[in-house]
Design a protein around this ligand. Structure first.
Ligand code: ZN
Length: 281
């Protein structure tokens, strides 16, 4: 059955049965609005709470994430998040609602995407929002200059190559130091092999020791300068109408198109199926 294949056991375990169809429709809408091959920085909003800063009319942002928006949203909606985020989403379900997603930036590389995520986390912290993000670098008041290596080890070889991540041998046993050309590694499927796997299997060319690889993460300057109020203001009417848990004025409701600023930054509203349905009535 398609539902079981799509959602697995976690959806059944954390969302009340009556919300399943709504959530499935929501993800379908999200899929239609997503752009293939592009990474998204997104915020998750709790529509059951009023935004104390009154920046948004459809709830309080409580999480910043990045990646393929459809896959990530499915993960979150099915309970595959960190403990705090999962608890928050479960509470939203128990109140008869589901979380709302807002894409605030589009990027093409993993490093840029992680930088964008980090910048948005710091921005929302600065505004006073309490976030459920768990990474240590997401607890900081100011963004780090470079993405922590532990996150970059999770990259696929392809992503590492695209982001010009440097890999080198730095062997503690024999002192060997030399660069590693990822493209020349034998039997590597660049899309599906991750740097962590390379690290586990690679052996020092001189003494055959394990765990001899290091990486050098390039700095990303590109994203930053996020501004929640600006993003919200730019899309105010559409966002208010489409992501409001209980839309008030149907005449003001209209579809918010995906807008593109340059090539790297895009905002995109994820429409609530319930709001869309009532808008079309
Ligand atoms: Zn060695």
């Amino acid at each position: 059955m398609v539902v079981a294949k799509d959602w697995g056991w976690t959806m059944q375990s954390i969302a009340p049965q009556e919300l399943h169809n709504t959530i499935r429709d929501y993800v379908a809408t999200l899929k239609r609005q997503s752009v293939a091959g592009i990474l998204s920085t997104y915020l998750i909003f709790d529509p059951t709470e009023t935004d104390p800063l009154e920046a948004s009319s459809f709830g309080v942002p409580f999480y910043v994430g990045q990646g393929d928006i459809v896959h990530r949203a499915k993960d979150h909606l099915c309970g595959r998040s960190g403990v705090l985020t999962r608890r928050r989403i479960q509470t939203i379900y128990e109140r008869g609602q589901h979380p709302r997603f807002l894409v605030v930036a589009h990027t093409r590389s993993r490093l840029t995407s992680l930088k964008s995520e980090m910048d948005w986390v710091c921005h929302l912290h600065g505004l006073g929002y309490a976030l459920t993000n768990g990474w240590r670098e997401h607890k900081r008041a100011t963004p780090l200059q470079a993405t922590p290596a532990k996150r970059v080890w999770q990259f696929s070889v392809k992503d590492a190559l695209l982001d010009a991540v440097k890999v080198k041998v730095q062997c503690k046993v024999c002192g060997c130091r030399q660069p590693v050309c990822l493209e020349d590694l034998p039997d590597i499927d660049v899309r599906h092999t991750h740097l962590n796997q390379v690290r586990r299997t690679f052996r020092c060319p001189r003494c055959s020791s394990h765990r001899c690889l290091r990486i050098e993460v390039p700095r990303v300057q590109e994203p930053s300068a996020p501004d929640l109020r600006q993003v919200l203001a730019a899309n105010f009417q559409g966002m208010q109408a489409l992501n409001s848990p209980e839309p008030r004025d149907q005449h003001q409701r209209r579809r918010s198109p995906m807008s593109r600023r340059g090539d790297a930054v895009t905002t995109c509203l994820v429409e609530s199926p319930a709001a869309a349905a009532s808008a079309s009535r």
